[in-house]
Design a protein around this ligand. Sequence first.
Ligand SMILES: Cc1cc2nc3c(=O)[nH]c(=O)nc-3n(C[C@H](O)[C@H](O)[C@H](O)COP(=O)(O)O)c2cc1C
Length: 214
Amino acid sequence: MKTFKNMLMGVGLLVLGSCVQPTVNVEPAPVNKADIVIENIMTRVSVRSFTNEPVSREDLQTLIKVGIQAPSANNRQDWEVRVIDNQQTLNEISDLVKKSEAGAQLAARVGDKTIFSNAPAVFFIAQETGAPYSGVDTGLLSENIMLAANAMGLGTCYQAGTVRAMTSVPEAVEYLKKLGFSENYELLNIILVGHPAENPAVKERDASKAKFVE
Ligand SMILES: Cc1cc2nc3c(=O)[nH]c(=O)nc-3n(C[C@H](O)[C@H](O)[C@H](O)COP(=O)(O)O)c2cc1C
């Protein structure tokens, strides 16, 4: 009888023991920051098709923050940035351009979409006129925005041709005054931002353009 009781206790302890997982302190695998940053740069592509999911104001605020953290000549920060995530405003600008003669080519290219490829948010980036490095500075700001967006799972497309189309339509130029850029600033480029609805392949680069020189 005693042996049977001992057997039962043994089985009970065995069952109990199998339920209690031994605690092992597993150190997280070391994260290589450089690999993450490089992978992010190498996977950024221009995205021109977006879902209709809006981009949160929190995410847009983050993109503004990282954008203006870019370096600039003498830290002049000779850029101004406006973000429109109001669909009606984007539609109104788009309609003005699409209906114009100057915007015909762009209208044909985007078809049913807005001239912003239906992106739910658009950054409008202006450079200071006459400032020698303003174009460079706004470019660095733009790249910061696009790389951060890529890391956040958002798609972007830098566009200057769309600005050329917009600024050749007087009604659109008038409308764009609501962006409120300072007088000595001019719109240089836009960046479409949204949740990607396409997954374009990374384009090849010409490695021969960069060389070591002894
Ligand atoms: C100065 C500049 C102007 C651009 N303008 C346009 C544009 O008007 N429309 C457009 O769809 N893409 C535009 N792009 C995006 C380029 O077409 C794109 O970056 C290039 O083909 C390389 O592709 P990737 O961005 O996927 O690497 C522009 C890019 C730059 C840097």
